[in-house]
Design a protein around this ligand. Structure first.
Ligand code: NAD
Ligand code: DAU
Length: 384
């Protein structure tokens, strides 16, 4: 079975590629534009695998996507490519509209043209899996309620509004053109290779640098946390066994306040890397101005995917967070260059809009064949 994973150099996409490549019956093409969030170092464990190849391309480049779909005889598209950080969407919504909405529209067009040219047998097996978020459902009160698949969409941020729009496009391509699509809406992921703009890796790395640990507002907002490898397993099930036209909620059943998460990280680090002078990392916690439009709480009812596809998370939050802290302690080779060259942890998302097009400038489409020298060794221009 041949997979095209878009956004496979990102946090979740790279976990999906690593997971799928462990199955020798699968072949995986990873298509990624390599924005600030994309990192080929996250693919190091599989970069020489015979069932893996990398393509540098933009999902907005319909022609390049179609060429790859045909060349690699793709059976399943898993669309993870996106601008993913809420705070950046507050500062610069333009890139989110471009990739999350226009990009989804373009890749749907490419998939539809490809699908129409397949034999009847291959047509019925083909899937377009769109990977989405629980944030499309909007703000839940602190004292109750959970998102089910039928919860009406009510996004609050430019990020979640752009993801909601893309979900609607995917459904429309199913209803109108018959493209066999499946969708999944997941809660907050955490784990290894997480870009340190997001709460958990940011707090771990700021703590190690003895910098303030920024908690928005009073830290009372609640998120439902899922270990990224559990999400990767859920995505494989949705893509290969999900029913066309349906969506599946995915969550960790691990609701925590942000302050609770930050304090737990501090306690884990106090045991593993005690500060000089015996102070606790908790002393670095700094309450800062809240995020504009900050949703209070997200909570996922994941009973449909458990019932229909037999999925359950394997990692609980305490063990998963301990694994994550240990991974960051052991893997400075991965995060050191990011903190030095890409993002050092400064505050984002305070609402001064910049609509710079530079983040989404056209990309040269390059092919990286798997080779003993690794996928950074060769590149050839296919199209621009
Ligand atoms: P990420 O920001 O870590 O990675 C996104 C990847 O997409 C990067 O490698 C980037 O280079 C690539 N990309 C961006 N624009 C592109 C374009 N135009 N063409 C091709 N590639 C492009 O994101 P993530 O956290 O791994 O999230 C992946 C997907 O899962 C997103 O669709 C996101 O909305 C969704 N999601 C994320 C979470 C979470 O907690 N992180 C939870 C639920 C759903
Ligand atoms: O719910 C799924 C979503 O989870 C995904 O769709 C998004 O792509 C992903 O980024 C994540 O969104 P959040 O906004 O919930 O994640 P983030 O790590 O940015 O923030 C988690 C919570 O922590 C949120 O309530 C804001 C708060 N926060 C965040 C940062 C970066 C802080 O208190 N301080 C911080 O410095």
């Amino acid at each position: 079975m041949n997979f095209l994973v878009t956004g496979g150099a990102g946090f979740i996409g790279s976990a999906v590629c690593r997971h799928l490549c462990a199955n020798p019956a699968y072949r995986v093409t990873n298509l990624d534009k390599l924005t600030y969030a994309g990192n080929l170092a996250s693919l190091r464990p599989i970069e020489n695998a015979h069932n893996y190849r990398f393509e540098q391309a933009d999902i907005r480049d319909e022609r390049a996507v179609l060429e790859i779909l045909r060349r690699d005889d793709i059976d399943i598209v898993m669309n993870l490519a996106a601008e993913s950080h809420v705070d950046r969407s507050i500062d610069g919504p333009g890139a989110f509209i471009e990739t999350n909405i226009v990009g989804t529209y373009r890749i749907l067009n490419a998939a539809l043209e490809y699908w129409r040219g397949l034999s009847e047998e291959r047509k019925s097996g083909f899937r377009f899996h769109h990977v989405s978020t629980d944030e499309v459902f909007g703000d839940l009160p602190f004292d109750g309620g959970m998102f089910v698949e039928e919860t009406p969409y009510a996004p609050s941020s430019p990020y979640s509004a752009s993801k909601a729009a893309s979900d609607h496009l995917v459904r429309a391509w199913h209803e109108t053109y018959g493209l066999p699509v499946v969708l999944s809406n997941c809660s907050n992921n955490y784990g290894p290779y997480h870009f340190p703009e997001k709460l958990i890796p940011l707090v771990i790395l700021n703590a190690l640098d003895e910098k303030p640990l920024p908690v928005y507002g009073a830290g009372a907002n609640v998120r439902d946390w899922l270990f990224v490898e559990d999400h990767a397993r859920a995505l494989e099930l949705v893509a290969t066994k999900g029913r066309p036209g349906e969506s599946y909620n995915v969550g960790g059943n691990s609701e925590r306040t942000n302050l609770g998460v930050v304090e737990t990280i501090c306690d884990l680090l106090d045991l593993r890397r005690p500060r000089r002078g015996g102070a606790s990392y908790r002393d670095l916690i700094a309450f800062v101005t809240d995020r504009p439009g900050h949703d209070r709480r997200y909570a996922i009812d994941a009973s449909k995917i458990a019932r229909d596809l037999g999925w359950a998370p394997r990692e609980d939050f305490d063990s998963g967070l301990a694994r994550t802290v240990d991974w960051y302690l052991d893997n400075k080779w991965w995060w050191g260059p990011i903190r030095e060259q890409r993002y050092a942890g400064e505050r984002l998302g305070q609402g001064s809009i910049e609509n710079s097009p530079t983040q989404n400038s056209p990309v040269e489409h390059k092919t990286f064949e798997s080779s003993p020298a690794g996928n950074r060794a060769e590149s050839r221009k296919v199209a621009t």
